[in-house]
Design a protein around this ligand. Structure first.
Ligand code: C5P
Length: 406
């Protein structure tokens, strides 16, 4: 999977730098092309000669390659050359610089110039890792689109034991292979996705709606498209924009319009995800004129909207993967589980309203994934685009499993 991939590896000053030598060896063995940049501090931990020998390329450290001839290391060219930039080990200091956009060495200049995906493999002592400042920087980097290969737990160079040691070279190499395969996984597959709220008109100026902003659904659309799928996004009214060659948006307002748009495209879809917060009821009649303020009380007559997910579940073909969301305020898991069965979902994503930073309008979300076969996965509070990426990975696996069961 790594054959011919161009990987720019930044090495920072941490004892874990010795593991990067093994990582480079593994990547070169898999025929990746590796270019190493080191910081001044990294050179105290590992010899550039070692890294240059393993990567089969001179190691870059400063802007100037040869001050006498004026030869320089072009950080912009490095950023454009790479298919992926990996900073391993990434120290607390470098993570902080990345989060703030500081540019005081060749590595940071290459990071800021890079147009390719960037991943970091942090390494530090456990208290440094858990420090709110580091965690803030990690969240910031994730929000900026960086991937974080989480550190492992165990014995640390300080003698303490806990979380902070850089992921093992084999794990990082596997992460990289998965990363490069993931972007092709869904090539040629069709995804049908609903997002946002629906609005149900009462009269020409008023409507019933909910707090959904569509952020989770749009993040999913982006993640599916990043994985190579053609995405049809049926979107209620939101103030988000998504410009992606693989995403086509069909804007709708009401649940009935969303229902029609989904049913028209259901049979062509490989994966169907219902992320929209569909209004359960709509006014039975839409008043043709603005309703006048008269009596002390006003009763609205509401009728049930079609349950799009339940109907899609009934019409589902054996090879299609079907998923939805649940937002519960009581007996969360039991209710979500029942919903999964009723709507014939392979996976239901349980949103928590009780968690700070999760739910409507936030850029982060905390969810539990419940699978049809009884498996479950509790995710920590993560940026919505990271939650989306994990959901897409699971749905891809489910699709692969279904296509093998012929
Ligand atoms: O029944 P409930 O609204 O809690 O179910 C939530 C799931 O069902 C979500 O995936 C939502 O998008 C979907 N749904 C739907 N049509 C409805 C109501 C919910 O597709 N009318």
């Amino acid at each position: 999977m790594l054959k011919g991939k161009k990987i720019l590896i930044g090495v920072c000053g941490s004892i874990a730098a010795y593991k990067t030598a093994t990582l480079i060896r593994l990547l070169v063995k898999q025929q990746a092309e590796v270019q190493v940049i080191i910081t001044d501090a990294a050179a105290d931990f590992i010899s550039p000669l070692t890294l240059a020998t393993l990567s089969k390329k001179p190691v870059l450290k400063h802007y100037t390659a040869n001050s006498e001839t004026g030869e320089w290391n072009n950080h912009v060219a490095l950023g454009l050359w790479a298919d992926l930039m990996l900073i391993a080990p990434a120290t607390a200091h470098t993570l902080a610089k990345m989060a703030s956009g500081l540019c005081d060495n060749l590595l940071m200049a290459a990071y800021l110039s890079a147009r390719c995906p960037v991943a970091v493999a942090p390494a530090m002592d456990l208290d440094m890792w858990h420090h709110p400042a580091t965690q803030r920087n990690i969240s910031r980097l994730q929000a900026d689109g960086c991937y974080v290969i989480p550190p492992g737990e165990g014995e640390l160079a300080s003698g303490l034991s806990g979380k902070g040691r850089m992921a093992e070279p084999e794990q990082i190499a596997q992460w990289l292979s998965l990363f490069f395969t993931a972007s092709n996984w869904l090539k040629g597959k069709n995804v049908l996705l609903t997002a946002g709220p629906t609005i149900e008109p009462i009269d020409p100026v008023r409507y019933i709606t909910n707090h959904s902003t569509g952020k989770m659904g749009y993040a999913l659309a982006q993640a599916f498209a990043d994985a190579g799928a053609s995405v049809r996004l049926i979107s209620g009214p939101v103030s988000l924009q998504l410009l992606h060659p693989l995403v086509q948006i069909t804007p709708v307002h009401t649940a009935r319009q969303m229902h029609q748009a989904v049913m028209e495209r259901l049979s062509q879809a490989d994966i169907i995800v219902h992320c929209a917060a569909v209004a359960d009821y709509a006014p039975a009649q839409i008043a043709p004129q603005k309703i006048k303020k008269q009596e002390e009380r006003l009763t609205l007559d509401l009728v049930k909207n079609p349950d799009i997910a339940a109907e899609a579940g009934q019409r589902l073909q054996w090879h299609q993967v079907h998923a939805g969301f649940a937002l519960e305020t009581d007996h969360e898991e039991a209710n979500a589980h029942q919903k999964m069965l009723r709507k014939n979902f392979d996976l239901i994503v349980l949103n928590s309203l009780n968690q700070k930073g999760a739910g409507f309008g936030h850029d982060t979300n905390r969810v539990t994934l419940l699978f049809r076969d009884g498996k479950r996965e509790d995710l920590p509070l993560l940026p919505k685009n990271e939650v989306a990426r994990i959901i897409v990975q699971h749905l891809t696996q489910l699709l692969q499993t279904k296509s093998h069961v012929v």
